[in-house]
Design a binder for this molecule. Sequence first.
Ligand code: AHQ
Length: 235
Amino acid sequence: MTSIGSGGRATATDELVEALRAQARFYHDRHPFHTRMNQGRLSRRQIQGWVANRFYYQVNIPRKDAAILSNCPDIDVRRRWLRRIVDHDGTRSGDGGIEAWLCLGDAVGLTREELRDQRHVTPGVRSAVDDYVTFARTRPWVEAVASSLTELFAPDLMAERLAAFERFYPWIDGAGLAYFRARLEQAPRDAEHALEVVAEHCRSAEEQQRAVAALTFKCDVLWRMIDAIDQAYPE
Ligand code: AHQ
């Protein structure tokens, strides 16, 4: 990857964005569990296991984003990054993405208590999610921003998943899918901001390589999670 100067800033940024987008080949949309989900081949128990385990990821996202805020010295970045926390926590009881995920739990037949008490969370999901939060707490804040860029690849998966749930899983009340509908708008907005921040702050070849490595790490986190769910809820 060329650093700034040889070929100019535009070229270096284009190459960085290209290298980041190339990580799509490692994204968890290609995992067999997601493929089976989107083909309507999952059982009720497998859907329930996935919802219960993903809840642990969802409740940790605001903590991950708060870790980035605590490490970030740039007020303009913090002002926009705050929105992510509000998207998940809401501003009052009954509001936000975590509440919407609890509604998804209701819709697939899980109690709010069994989601909140984490009884279904597998060790593999827990360790992958905890590694992601630790990454955000301990790595330079721009690398943690770069790790969120899996969201560049999320909208297509959300749209495919929504269509699959509506078509193949009629037993799931449509109200439970509100979370994914919200992500269709939030994910592109968040990814656009994160891409701007990474392009602005990763100028040297070494910084750009570390940003790509952060995104590769996050693809591994998501892959570890869905692997663990697939193993805990086999066909
Ligand atoms: O529901 C998801 C979510 O809130 C986030 C936040 C973001 C981040 O900061 O890392 N990533 C992310 C993702 C969510 N859903 C995943 C899915 O497949 O439903 C995708 C995941 C991502 O692409 O990182």
